[in-house]
Design a protein around this ligand. Sequence first.
Ligand code: SF4
Ligand code: SF4
Length: 378
Amino acid sequence: MAPKIGLFICDCGKTLSQTMDYDSLISDLKKSGKFEFIVRESVLCRSDLEKMLKKLKESKVDKVIVAACTPKLYESTWGHLLEDAGMNYYDLVIANIREQCAWVHKDEPKESVTEKARGLILSAANRAEVLEEIPREKIPITQKVVVIGGGIAGLTAAQELAELGIEVNVIEKKPTVGGLCLELGTVFPTQDCSLCVRTTGCPGLGDGSPRRCIYRANLEFNPKIKFYTNSEVIDVMGDVGNFKVVVKKNPRYVSEEKCIRCNECVKVCPVEVPDDFNLGLTTRKAIYMPFVQAIPQIYAIDPKTCKFEQCKKCVEVCPTDAINLKEKEETFTIDAGSIIIATGFDEYNPALVKEYNYERYPDVITQIEYSIWVMTSG
Ligand code: SF4
Ligand code: SF4
């Protein structure tokens, strides 16, 4: 048996009736025979909600169509109203006759706009006829978040979640967090440090929130945020609300607990290689601090260039036994209710656009190349 369908149609404070002929629309819809009732109102999102509820309780329809504005605005309001009337939240179909009809066709003939609205509502009725009830169930969720990627987006997310009291685990594959923004220097249009966590709080752009950068935000010492550097996610199990995130932590070879940042290891390390953080414009040792303000402030060994057992000079001079050249990777699991993927970006390769003459003229450079040049040229 076909379900009984009720239709509420809204003229949005009579504004939509300037573009559509509601009398003719309702008359046509009545003739279709698809609706148990058709009710026209002007403010279905607010003052007419009580009337809607009363009508639903009295009429005992199976499905409901609301022909009004975008579902993004009031779908949950009407869905919960259905529940108050003893129906299923998902017995609702919304026909968007405002944004997808009246507003986009406001300069077109009223008959055509009305015809489109009629089509949208009848399509919604067809959909309502085949809708099945979806049960809603509550499940306990883990109040922890894993953020994959410790760049500016991941750090911003981590900080804002921590402020809400949520425990956050940031997984970053490099030895330091900050991502590519570390290399950007200052950015247009405020010339603020590119590491600002809240650029919208900057003067001129502002939402009134204080301007903070990842250093001033004290993220490293926030008890709600835990950083896993040199780490990558290798598997995710579970489902929304209860994930198990499997993390592989690659060896840093320097203990985060024991290193006192004395720099003695760097002085004796015989291996000098181009510093990739500075695009190879400077050099660093095989054991190194990624850069002066790195978070965490712990040295790391580059396994691709270190001589390990054939050298061990750093181990010999380290005053706190912080270096373990035999350190192995470890794998562990973190519980998380949500996962944020903020794995960053690569700078665009300007060589792909011939007109830029990027590889032809030495003065045509990218933002990062410019910033690194400024930072390294003193
Ligand atoms: S063991 Fe590796 S990091 Fe340590 S001093 Fe030798 S080359 Fe440098
Ligand atoms: S010598 Fe040891 S304590 Fe000093 S910076 Fe190097 S690893 Fe850290």
